[in-house]
Design a protein around this ligand. Structure first.
Ligand code: FAD
Length: 526
């Protein structure tokens, strides 16, 4: 049985940087265990047509190496998956990360041995390893949600999941269905529509999509490169971990014309910054309704068939309470003669058939069905591992929603850290900003423990209870819990519905964590 100081689970952007901090900067013996066959995590797995970032690449990138950010050239404002994956591979090469990553290996269990003060890590091949510390860099959107429809196995065409999309497929001339209209769905729909003979989109809940206004990255790169660090500092202090105009005047205090000017400006800028223009958009239903109606007006302006435009217009949840999408011509796709929309609220899917899909309104024939049905977000990958300590399973402890201190650790599970765990800003932020903060916090903590000859760290139960309460209270002050979203776990049957990320913003969260963990407040050290 091999022994390590630290085992890191996952070789996405979190695990890669964690390895670099612990091995290269601090000299720990660290091993990464990764289920996939190479680095990149999300960007290794999600290879569907149109996969692309929804946060600008100059923001959605590592800031820890000045040389890296000076030398890496982004070609587009919003890079496509192959470029992000190439970036991950470049980072792995540049810092020689792969030699300490065990690929193609899934961690199945973690067992805490109190007397030895170490974790036993079991992998799917039956091997065990031990480590004093384990860091779950397992990803917030790494376990696909796989809804089952009656007759699914009978379908004789090709069935693809966006998160495991086969390479080298050619959809030209094919009759294609896409199920799901979240971010991945929108991207794949927009990308394949011009290529296929016929595309039918099955939509349960429409998303709001804001234009990307994608373009070459050169000018923006040239502007930030002379002082990338100040640019990054501003992102770290921001609400979302990337730079948006954060307006101070409530939309309800503006005249209609003044509100329109702000909204037009946000729309022209594009991306995920619409709600941040107004401090009341996320908390006051009337303010939110102003922004939502503006966005629906944009849909009506783009989609020529008013019936289709209405079906594409979200009306059942506040704007921003489900993840908004960033699009490149999504709504215009529905003006194409080969694209059709099926509203599943009117005509639900009854079953799959050998030739396609049967709904209450009729049968559809397809060569290919693409499932863009999302993920078991934030807790899925952690609960998939059988994590046990002191006779307790983490999945049982979290059965009614995750319980963490600062989104970083959970009481009863010593020496186990989570990168961008539940109850941290995580998926409500530019994940790169959040990943770097957590990775550095964990590295600083392990350094402190080593320097002070401390073997064990565990959050206090009281501190954890307070943090859970704070998260829930904060979320309930906003409109966020009003949507049946994956932020709430609502897309997974049987999952307790609790708002999963910390809603107070990246800048505030950093201040709180830095303040509260001075002198390791809220932790028991031994
Ligand atoms: P991941 O990239 O998910 O990596 C986790 C890794 O852990 C995976 O490779 C997985 O195989 C491995 N793993 C999990 N469990 C185990 C186990 N038990 N044993 C072994 N290995 C395991 N965020 C943004 O901020 N901006 C974006 O534009 C953006 N776009 C996205 C687009 C898509 C399609 C998706 C799915 C997510 C997107 N995200 C985006 C979120 C994205 O997940 C994060 O930005 C980031 O890539 C997460 O990095 P990570 O290393 O924490 O997790």
């Amino acid at each position: 049985m091999s022994q390590h100081d630290v085992i890191i689970i996952g070789a996405g952007f979190s695990g890669m940087y964690q390895l670099y901090t612990l091995r290269d900067q601090l000299g720990f013996d660290a091993l990464v265990i990764e289920a996939g066959d190479d680095v990149g995590g999300t960007w290794y797995w999600n290879r569907y047509p149109g996969a692309r970032v929804d946060i600008q690449s100059i923001e959605y990138s590592y800031s820890f190496s000045e040389e890296l950010q000076q030398e890496w050239d982004w070609t587009e404002r919003y890079s496509a998956q192959p470029e992000i994956r190439a970036y991950a591979e470049h980072v792995a090469d540049r810092f020689d990360l792969r030699r300490d990553i065990l690929f193609g290996t899934r961690v199945t269990a973690l067992d805490w041995d109190e007397s030895a003060t170490e974790w036993t890590v079991t992998t799917a091949d039956g091997q065990t390893r031990t480590a004093r510390f384990v860091i779950a860099a397992t990803g917030c959107l790494s376990v696909p949600s796989r809804p089952r429809f009656a007759g699914m196995d009978d379908f004789e065409g090709d069935l693809y999941w966006t998160s495991e999309y086969p390479q080298g497929t050619d959809l030209s001339g094919k009759r294609v269905a896409v199920i799901g209209t979240g971010s991945s769905g929108l991207q794949v729909i927009t990308a394949v529509a011009p290529e296929v003979a016929d595309l039918t989109v099955f939509q349960r809940t429409p998303s709001y999509a804001i234009p990307a206004h994608n373009e070459p990255a050169d000018a923006r790169l040239a502007a930030v490169r002379p002082d990338y660090e100040s640019f990054r500092e501003a992102s770290r202090a921001s609400l979302l971990g990337f730079q948006c105009v954060e307006g101070a005047i409530p939309v309800l205090e503006l005249t209609e014309d003044a509100a329109r000017v702000e909204l037009d400006s946000a729309w022209a800028e594009g991306g995920l910054c619409l709600n941040t223009r107004f401090p009341d958009a996320g908390t006051d239903p009337a303010a939110n309704a102003v922004v939502a109606e503006y966005a629906r007006g944009q849909i009506r302006a783009k989609v020529t068939d008013p019936v289709v435009a209405e079906k594409l217009s979200p009306r059942t949840y506040p704007i921003g309470s489900k993840r908004m999408c960033v699009d490149t011509g999504y709504y215009e796709t529905y003006n194409r003669p080969n694209v059709h929309l099926v509203d599943l609220r009117e005509t639900p899917i009854e079953r799959f058939t050998p030739t396609g899909i049967a709904t209450m309104s009729g049968d559809y024939a397809f060569d290919v069905i693409i499932m863009a049905t999302g993920f078991d977000a934030m807790t899925g990958a952690l609960n998939a591992i059988d994590i046990r300590a002191g006779g307790q399973r983490l999945a049982d402890k979290w059965a009614h929603g995750p319980r963490t201190y600062l989104g970083l650790m959970s009481h009863g599970f010593p020496n186990l850290f989570t990168v961008t765990g539940p109850q941290s800003p995580s998926v409500l932020s530019n994940m790169m900003t959040s990943i770097e903060f957590h990775v550095e916090w964990i590295a600083d903590t392990l350094k402190y423990l080593r320097e002070n000859d401390i073997q064990r760290i565990e959050p206090d139960l009281d501190a954890e209870d307070n943090w859970v309460r704070t998260n829930n209270d904060l979320a309930n002050l906003t409109l966020m819990p009003q949507a049946a979203s994956w932020y709430m776990g609502a897309n997974i049957p049987g999952k307790e519905q609790v708002f999963l990320p910390f809603v107070g913003g990246v800048g505030l969260y950093r201040q709180v964590v830095q303040g509260m963990t001075l002198n390791h407040h809220g932790f028991e050290l031994a």
